[in-house]
Design a protein around this ligand. Sequence first.
Ligand code: SF4
Length: 505
Amino acid sequence: MKIGIIELLAGGSSPTWKQTVEDFLTTKQYASIMPQAVTVWARQLGHQVHYATFYGQGDPKRKLPADLDMVFMSVYTKDCALSYALAKLYQREGTVTVIGGPHAKSFPQDCLRFFDLVVTQCDQQLMADILGGHYEPNTIMASGRSLTTLPSVEERMPEVRSASFFQGTKPYFASMVPLLASLGCPYSCNFCTDWNNPYSVLSPDQLEADLKYLSANYPGVKIAFQDPNFAVQFDKTLDVLERIPQGQRNPYVMESSLSVLKGSRMERLRDTNCFFVAPGVESWTNYSNKAGVGTTTGVAKVHAVAEHLELLQSYVPALQVNLMFGLDTDIGNEPIELSKEFMSLTPFAWPVLNIPVPFGGTPLHDQYLEENRVLEAMPFSFYYFPYLVTTLKNYDPVSYYQGMLDMLLHYSNRRFLWQRLGTTSSQSLRLLHIVRTLRAKEGIGQFRRILNMLTTDKQFREFHEGGSTELPEFYHHEFERLLGRYATLISREERVPSLRAAVLA
Ligand code: SF4
């Protein structure tokens, strides 16, 4: 069969040159392992396979050849509208459409409105079943087995080159090769889609072989570990990384809990060439165990985490900290002031502010739905920063956006940018800081726009307060702008998500 596999990393074409630059530096590098693994499995089963990623450049429909027998799409929730539009086009051509990835896992019933098959958990055997025609149309499929093996990086190299290299041939300074050392996570953060995925380590021998291959063939190219929580079994994982001789180790980036990254372990991070860490701190009132501060909260947690990061920064060149604002435990000005104080104490760490998003399959989703706090008319295209898709327990929408704006203005000021530039000699990191600061300034513009509508447009405010269920025209226009010529394929009725079916079993 002629098979197409595409990962959508953007929901439409990049609207500005700044976005285009950021997409080239970052979005392009978010290509996931599973679509690449699926490609390898289909190739090994003897099919003619075409793989592509779409990160906001060109026409997504032209990324794959015509006349496909079957197309697989891997999609994040914010980009699903584009996948739905593409699925309609493929179905018109007689192509069987299959969706997988994070959105399929979170909202499978919604996907079933547009795709022939929805895969929520995949492995090699399930791929063989699908490609062998052993499936019922219009169904949701899951392997029901834990994933234990993945194709080697050498087997995935054609896909890695296509996704992450310049013009599909040569690595450039931003290139990253995705790897996995483990699956799942021992923590159970209520907003996270990995909250109930048990932690398991993948084959250390396979990891060693992958690291050796990259060291020999692509020296210096960064590795992106896509583990939900890297090196929870720290010694076991680092032992494998240390089997590569010093001086030949590729730099790597990863997300990990601060609780894991302490003491002499930081030296091992430096010695194994760890380049970038993104710990999730989330909140000053909650999730303290994974930040490694026990039950400490408030200003004491701010100082404890800042001191930890200060130390970590002397071993790892680049840090990013994920923070969330608007959780039920956030009340009043205190979380805003604490976050600003934290940002002032750690100008070297890039803060990523997140808005709570109720992804299907999480306790947060079920709680918000139960409490009628999800804005049910809001299309999935707005399930990301800077949009608010729920009502909040302790903030009205105006004071919430004012608080967010206050934090954004604080961390994107020029003084911090100069300090960040002074902490690194890496050209790619400096460029990233500049582009991110410019993008943060764009984000400030978007926040001001939404804040202005909240204060001047009664219907818009009522919608965000949960009083009106009619989607404001602003969001229809944004939806249409994002999808461009594909927008007409999704009617206004079809933009309303199917949420109730996503409740936990
Ligand atoms: S620690 Fe990270 S990966 Fe684990 S459940 Fe929490 S947010 Fe998810």
